[in-house]
Write a protein that binds this ligand. Structure first.
Ligand code: SF4
Length: 561
């Protein structure tokens, strides 16, 4: 079957945005074959992008924890995380195909956010690989929630050219189906749908002997049908990213869009840490706390400050904001830094003149009076560092031999140091950090490390210095939607009424963009020219054989105003 040609994508008569999106997304499992052509405000674009990023990061964390997304346990864990993060609409899309109002709204967010992230993740091989891996996880998660009827609808709506065997066809090969379909009774097999495909389309099923083979064809049950679609979907993603890459130079003229895209992968979507909600931490306890409850990045800053009585700017910012967020007061902070610096080469006068201001600034008492958030792992990991610097993530910046020696000096066995360093040298810095936590606390983590202050909180809870927090129910949480965006943006002073810490990052990003770029969210629109006019006679079909034609994606239609 041929993929839809350009002529089918540019129908003549005009129709509205909603009709167009409903036509493009006929099913809860989307194939993202055709880019949408819509107007989006910068704010909507940011919110959609950050929401999807949260989803993809939840999937990444689940995979890092070795959770099988196809298992009930894995799915439940991911859904809990998504619900907790205010992403119920994505959970909805993973629970079968329905066409209620909420499904249609969820499909639109899913579709638009996917294409926005394509721009953010098309520029390097590393970003593309990350994006495709996560998108494939999301795709499989959604597909696994489909019933046999939903799969049939999927095939039909995307005009994929497959149809289940008729009862007579099934009867003809029933013995083969009984023998090759594991974990199902004969009664179940008789009520299941099977599809006949070329065996080359399902080599993974052939390899794992999960389908019946006859005369060059494989007979695949509806629940395994995802194998066929996943290959095609991955090809679509790869081609789509390449097509977006070719378009990047054109959109780079738009500073607003470029700024958002550049920062997206390193933007933090987790809990925000600005001030401690668990009381004050006296500076006299920092030596002891640093040994047990500081992650390696902060312990290194602390030890260097104690031994050399100085930290360069990057280290002062990274460590100073961390201290503020664990509960060190501004007065204590000033005393702590003053005592250390004046033990070295800095005079008291110089300290008051050159350093005290910055400490007060971090606490929001000077200059723009912003109460700055502590740095998250992504910000620390991606910071540029020189060999003389103290800031940055040791799991990334230290040579394996240095890391192993350091870990051994902290009391870890050679085998444990080797294991952690192995994760670090494969580029899994946060997993290495989580492993270090588990080994040094003799416990199992049920969440990944994404923030040094999260590490500190978890440690304090594990050692019994603090009671664990009871996760709040979702009833008071409020999720962002394109409908309420204008309200949200106009009330920028009212962050306390939003849905908790997780959304502070959205605020921060929007606020910082507003400051840096002078963007007025209400008035600026990104326009994706809508040359689509008139409702098409038929829906865009998805190819079963030719998936490599970039022209078919028609990404070139997407331009920034
Ligand atoms: S993974 Fe995060 S918390 Fe751990 S050392 Fe690196 S930056 Fe610090």
């Amino acid at each position: 079957m041929e993929f839809s040609r350009r002529s089918r994508l540019r129908p003549e008569a005009k129709f509205g945005l909603d009709s167009m999106l409903e036509w493009l997304i006929p099913h809860n499992v989307a194939l993202y074959a055709i880019p949408p052509m819509v107007d989006l405000s910068i704010t909507e674009l940011q919110l959609l992008a950050l929401e999807r990023l949260k989803v993809l990061r939840i999937l990444e964390q689940a995979t890092n924890k070795n959770l099988k997304l196809s298992s009930d346990e894995g799915r439940e864990s991911v859904f809990n995380e998504m619900n907790h993060a205010g992403l119920k609409h994505y959970v909805r899309l993973c629970q079968g195909n329905h066409s209620k109002e909420q499904d249609i709204a969820a499909r639109k967010k899913d579709y638009l956010s996917h294409f926005i992230l394509r721009f953010a993740y098309c520029s390097t091989e590393e970003l593309r690989r990350w994006f495709i891996t996560r998108e494939m996880e999301l795709f499989r998660l959604k597909f696994a929630g489909l019933s046999a009827q939903d799969v049939k609808d999927f095939v039909l709506k995307y005009e994929m050219g497959y149809s289940p065997l008729t009862p007579d066809q099934k009867n003809e090969i029933k013995d083969g189906l009984y023998d090759s379909t594991l974990y199902h009774s004969i009664v179940q097999i008789e009520s299941m749908d099977f599809y006949k495909v070329r065996f080359t389309e399902v080599l993974d099923l052939v390899r794992s002997r999960k389908c019946y083979l006859r005369t060059g064809f494989a007979y695949v049950g509806a629940s395994d049908f995802v194998s066929i679609i996943a290959n095609k979907h991955q090809q679509l993603l790869e081609d789509g990213l390449q097509a977006h890459l070719r378009l990047l130079p054109e959109i780079e003229n738009d500073e607003r869009f470029t700024m958002i895209l550049k920062e997206l992968h390193t933007s933090y979507t987790g809990k925000d840490y600005r001030v401690s909600k668990s009381g004050q931490v006296p500076i006299e306890s920092l030596d002891q706390l640093s040994k047990k409850s500081f992650p390696l990045c902060m312990r290194y800053c602390h030890d260097t400050l104690r031994s050399k009585h100085h930290l360069k700017h990057g280290g002062r910012m990274q460590y100073g904001l961390f201290l503020k967020a664990i509960g060190v007061t501004m007065e204590d902070s000033l005393r702590f830094w003053r005592e250390e610096f004046t033990r070295g080469t800095v005079t008291l006068e110089k300290f008051e003149k050159e350093y005290a201001y910055n400490i007060r600034h971090n606490y929001g008492k000077e200059g723009s009076r912003v109460n700055y958030a502590a740095y998250n792992c992504m910000k620390i990991i991606t910071a540029s560092v020189t060999p003389q610097d103290t800031h940055g993530c040791p799991f990334k910046n230290w040579e394996p031999s240095v890391l192993k020696t350091k870990l051994s000096s902290f009391g870890l066995s050679a085998a444990h140091a080797e294991e952690i360093s192995g994760f670090a040298s494969r580029g899994h810095y946060q997993i290495a950090c989580g492993k270090y936590f588990e080994i040094s606390h003799d416990t199992k983590l049920d969440e990944g490390i994404t923030h040094p202050n999260q590490y500190f909180d978890l440690s304090q809870i594990t050692v019994g210095a603090r009671a664990p927090k009871v996760k709040p129910q979702n009833q008071n949480r409020r999720t962002f939607s394109s409908q309420d965006t204008s309200h949200v943006v106009r009330n920028t002073q009212d962050t306390a009424t939003l849905n908790g810490d997780d959304d502070n990052e959205l605020w921060e990003l929007m606020e910082s963009n507003e400051k840096e770029g002078g963007v007025k969210h209400e008035s600026i629109l990104l326009e994706l020219p809508a040359s689509t006019q008139g409702k098409p006679a038929s829906r865009p079909a998805v190819p079963t054989s030719e998936w490599g034609d970039d022209e078919d994606f028609d990404v070139s239609q997407v331009e920034m105003a």
